[in-house]
Design a protein around this ligand. Structure first.
Ligand SMILES: Cc1ncc(COP(=O)(O)O)c(C=O)c1O
Length: 447
């Protein structure tokens, strides 16, 4: 395609309202035509190393023939049928069967959605439903963390702890409370002498529950590794303490693994790193490696059993047209099969270490304040001074653009640059990320 053709398409693209849009952020969009492995190709001839696997989801890499075939075969046989109670289809049965106990022991029931926001909405509604069935209808509030990202349905928007996603959509809906995240680099909560960041951040949960009243709290939701909020890897003592507090006050623990699920952090699911399990799990994205729109929640056997004894007037009146979409589920089954065959979590662990070690060499730049990650989920914090740790989003944006000019796609999240490449990435390609980012930083100076 010529540059002129691309300009025509970009002009026509104005008919589309893009997600997360402001006119200034969509002046010269990249028009992506095809992808292969970790590489994206634009209509004007650029070849870009996608250090973000799309939006943290294309774990298997681009251009996978077998997933395309799975979609084709299923669409031909049956693309879609209603999955509302009274009807079902084979791919959704097989995928739910495969997922039973796959992420965490005791989470054997799956409810399908089309993506992560719907998954979290479903998690909140299911938590409310559960407590009503248990005779505790006053338990409806959800505690989340500042900096959390849980999606963009109205409920997920206000579960999210990032103001910029909320400012233009208020007033806030009732029932969401936010506490500080366990950020080791810049903890914003109250930390007592001798207390670890993990202990202080967990204490914030207990205090919030007591402040609101345990009889009002339905659930606590957390991303095991906070992603959009700046790549926060929690200290090891945090989640075991969180689990104990949730148990103590009868609060359901919702693990939002929309990004961390399906191998990204080096385990199939991330709470495994700390040997605990949630009551509800939200997943999406990499279940199909982005080849089809699919997400869902898994619920504990306890929650499932509570639903089974409901009167008909208490039916679970919740479901999406595309819940259990036959084609999407068929793609999910094939994707899981391929990821298991290649042991993708082990790859993420090994190559994640290589990426993190490589990124740590960039700490030599005066503006790289911190480098952190778990598996193939890493972030660099850009600061104007290592001493004051003052966040520098403007410089972060400059580095992002300089990297893009060098054919490397990362994502600026405030003052953090994120990396979440396909798990199919090779060692050489990992090194290429570090090399291109280093060159981008060199072009800016600051040693
Ligand atoms: C942790 C987390 N939860 C939920 C979502 C929302 O998922 P979706 O965009 O598929 O609705 C995202 C999306 O990035 C996410 O990162």
């Amino acid at each position: 395609m010529t540059n002129q053709d691309t300009a025509v398409w970009v002009e026509k693209d104005k008919k589309q309202l893009h997600p997360v849009y402001h006119p200034k952020t969509h002046i010269n969009p990249l028009v992506i035509e095809r992808g292969e492995g970790v590489w994206l190709y634009t209509t004007d001839g650029q070849k870009i190393l996608d250090g973000m696997a799309g939006l943290w989801n294309v774990n298997i890499g681009y251009g996978n023939e077998e997933l395309a075939r799975a979609a084709y075969d299923q669409m031909k046989a049956l693309a879609f049928t209603s999955n509302f109670a009274g009807m079902t289809n084979l791919p959704s049965i097989k995928l739910a069967d495969k997922l039973a106990g796959f992420a965490y022991e005791g989470l054997n029931t799956t409810f399908f959605t089309s993506g992560g926001s719907e998954a979290n909405d479903s998690a909140f509604k299911t938590a409310r439903y559960y407590w009503k069935r248990k005779g505790k209808p006053g338990k409806y509030k959800v505690i989340a963390r500042k900096g959390a990202y849980h999606g963009v349905t109205l409920a997920a928007t206000f579960a999210t702890g990032l103001e910029k996603y909320q400012t233009m959509f208020g007033p806030a809906i009732d029932g969401f409370v936010h506490i500080p995240a366990p950020n080791r680099y810049r903890f914003e909560g109250d930390r007592r002498p001798g207390e670890s960041v993990g202990q202080a951040a967990a204490r914030a949960l207990e205090e919030a529950i007591l402040h609101e009243g345990p009889e009002t709290i339905a659930a606590f939701i957390a991303e095991p590794v906070m992603s959009v909020g700046g790549l926060i890897v929690p200290p090891d003592d945090y989640f075991p303490l969180i689990r104990a507090i949730c148990d103590k006050y009868e609060v359901l623990l919702i693990s939002d693994e929309v990004i961390t699920g399906f191998g990204r952090t080096g385990e199939w699911f991330a709470l495994k790193h700390w040997n605990i399990k949630p009551d509800i799990l939200s997943f999406a994205k990499a279940i199909t490696s982005g080849y089809a729109q699919l997400g869902g929640i898994q619920i504990s056997d306890e929650i499932r059993e509570t639903m089974e004894s409901a009167a008909e007037s208490e039916a679970y009146m919740h479901g999406y047209t595309y819940s259990g979409h036959a084609m999407a589920c068929a793609v999910g089954i094939k994707n899981l099969e391929l990821m298991e065959k290649e042991n993708y979590p082990a790859r993420a662990k090994e190559l994640g270490k290589r990426l993190l070690d490589g990124l740590k060499t960039l700490l030599e730049f005066s503006f790289v304040g911190d480098v952190r990650g778990l598996g193939l989920l890493c972030g660099l914090e850009i600061v104007s001074s290592k001493e004051t740790k003052a966040a520098d989003p403007a410089l972060t944006m400059k580095i992002f653009k300089a990297a893009q000019e060098r054919g490397l796609r990362t994502r600026p999240l405030g003052n953090v640059l994120a990396f979440s490449p396909p798990l199919s990435i090779t060692e050489e390609e990992v090194d290429e990320i570090v090399k291109r980012l280093g060159a981008a930083m060199d072009s800016i100076g600051g040693n």
